[in-house]
Design a protein around this ligand. Structure first.
Ligand code: NI
Length: 135
């Protein structure tokens, strides 16, 4: 499982994007609205490191509770899976608790993603990549 991106929670995606551009990141995508999760997303890249900026698009978005707790902050690492179902099983057998169901992610070409929490490793995201590490 290769690292695909680091998810970064932000209250204002436009301002966060400009702040990262100051550090030398460039936008890899336009900002996309995910209506399922009620969030806005864009991807930035620098030196081969990809960051996903996520901001709430509604009061009841999937990240609204978390952003009240931790503010502007990195909060998950996403891994690309070559064998989605098998990797989900392996993670579940090793203390990773699935916190949602595999769902298509509009910002990632409709590929499925699923989130897990581990008591020692925090939150991770698994992306059904079929070996594809590009966006
Ligand atoms: Ni992510």
């Amino acid at each position: 499982m290769n690292v695909h991106h680091i998810g970064y929670l932000c209250k204002n995606i436009g301002r966060a994007k400009r702040s990262f551009e100051t550090l030398g990141y460039r936008a890899e995508t336009e900002t996309v609205r995910d209506d399922i999760r009620k969030i806005d997303i864009c991807f930035l890249i620098k030196d081969g490191y990809r960051i996903e900026l996520i901001s709430p698009a509604a009061e009841d978005s999937v990240v609204s509770g978390l952003i009240r707790k931790i503010g502007n902050s990195p909060y998950h690492i996403c891994y690309v899976s070559d064998d989605f179902e098998a990797d989900i099983e392996t993670l579940k057998q090793n203390g990773y608790i699935m916190i949602d169901r595999p769902t298509p992610a509009p910002a990632l070409g409709g590929r499925r993603v699923v989130f897990f929490i581990h008591m020692h490793a925090g939150m991770i995201e698994l992306l059904d990549g079929n070996g594809e590490t590009e966006l």
